[in-house]
Design a protein around this ligand. Structure first.
Ligand code: DQA
Length: 148
């Protein structure tokens, strides 16, 4: 089983960016933990990062060989109808993840355009949000397989 993990804009700066909010772990450290968990769960993962909305749309459109997507759309969470439409178009379950608890933050961050089309949202557990998101993605993909 293959799962696609997408990091959105500015997440390449993790570890130095607003560490009080996003923590001190770099994206490479998070990706290492994800690779370790994937091994443990017996799944294959591909991890991508982009600062560009259209590139993220392309990644989602090309995700047909994946059974689920784990995505931190970062700032595009709050603005991107294009990413939302891409998720709906491919019909692959997507788990939305956030390091911070977006519901405790500024009003503009409390609204997610992605959440209504996501299988679910994990928000507020720091890097652990990604691990929980991957576990959820695997479990949803397995459940979908059984239902077929
Ligand atoms: C974020 C929350 C977003 O509001 C913000 O724009 C980010 C990161 C998070 O992981 O907490 O870049 O998605």
């Amino acid at each position: 089983m293959k799962i696609l993990i997408i990091h959105g804009p500015n997440l390449n700066l993790l570890g130095t960016r607003e560490t009080g909010i996003y923590g001190s772990k770099s994206i490479d450290e998070i990706n290492n933990s994800l690779n370790g968990l994937a091994k443990e769960l017996g799944v294959e993962i591909a991890i991508k990062q982009s600062n560009h909305e259209g590139e993220i749309v392309d990644m989602i459109q090309k995700s047909k060989n994946y059974r689920a997507i784990v995505i931190n759309p970062a700032a595009y969470t709050h603005t991107s109808i294009a990413i939302r439409d891409a998720i709906t178009a491919v019909n692959i379950p997507a788990v939305e993840v956030h390091l911070s608890n977006i519901h405790q933050r500024e009003e503009f961050r409390q609204k997610s355009l992605i959440a209504p089309v996501a299988a679910g949202q994990v928000s507020g557990f720091g890097p652990e949000s990604y691990m929980l998101g991957l576990r959820a993605a695997v479990s949803i993909a397995n459940a979908k397989k059984e239902a077929v």
